[in-house]
Design a protein. Structure first.
Length: 205
């Protein structure tokens, strides 16, 4: 099984390492730096209300990969705090990120691809998720405050209060090398853009 030769110099010394894909006979090998890996974790990131869950469910269905909702792994204390309109701090998020890191690790080590919805607002949060996990790529669902605010005002089934949105934008550190996708387009178009990125930029069939 011969890997495709690709110049990876463009990915050096960047916050988010590039993922290079090598398809062969129905099985996909992923080339990350000089390492061949057998599975990939796509982390859909961004502020609350940007569509991580909806896009994640649609993307996982299209790819046939398992989808995980990061919010399901928050501690009860975190959910209570956000329900009261109080933003989480780094200390609050630390155990949550540790659980998600281990979730990614378990899947990748088992050779299982996954799609994870996780805000991953700061660089250090993304670094924590990637630590020791070869095969993590971030997709940033990008939208402005006005668009996401209007969407959040229609939501009644989520513990996050719309008033917390500003604090999330304040916390957000826009990733320098994640795939950036504009969320003004329909979900089907977003999913297609992600898949086309994998196909066209990384030789994925």
């Amino acid at each position: 099984m011969d890997p495709v030769e690709i110049d990876i110099s463009q990915w050096q010394n960047r916050e988010d390492e590039g993922i290079l894909f090598v398809p062969k006979a129905g099985e996909i090998l992923y080339r990350l730096g000089q390492n061949l890996i057998m599975a990939l974790a796509i982390v859909l990131m961004g502020v609350s209300g940007c569509g991580k869950t909806s896009v994640g469910q649609a993307l996982s269905a299209e790819l046939g990969w398992t989808f995980y909702e990061g919010d399901d792994y928050h501690t009860f204390a975190d959910v209570e705090k956000m329900s009261k309109g109080m933003p989480l701090n780094d200390e609050d998020r630390a155990p949550w990120l540790e659980v998600l890191h281990d979730l990614i690790a378990e899947n990748l080590q088992a050779g299982e691809n996954l799609v994870l919805a996780c805000s991953a607002l700061k660089m250090k949060y993304r670094q924590q998720l990637r630590l020791g996990n070869k095969g993590v790529v971030f997709v940033y669902l990008d939208g402005d405050f006005e668009l996401i605010w209007s969407r959040m005002q229609t939501r009644n089934d989520h513990f996050m209060k719309p008033e917390l949105l500003k604090s999330q934008f304040d916390t957000l550190e826009t990733p320098s090398s994640a795939l950036n996708v504009n969320i003004e387009q329909p979900i089907t178009a977003i999913v297609q853009e992600i898949i086309e990125f994998l196909e066209n930029e990384h030789d994925l069939d």
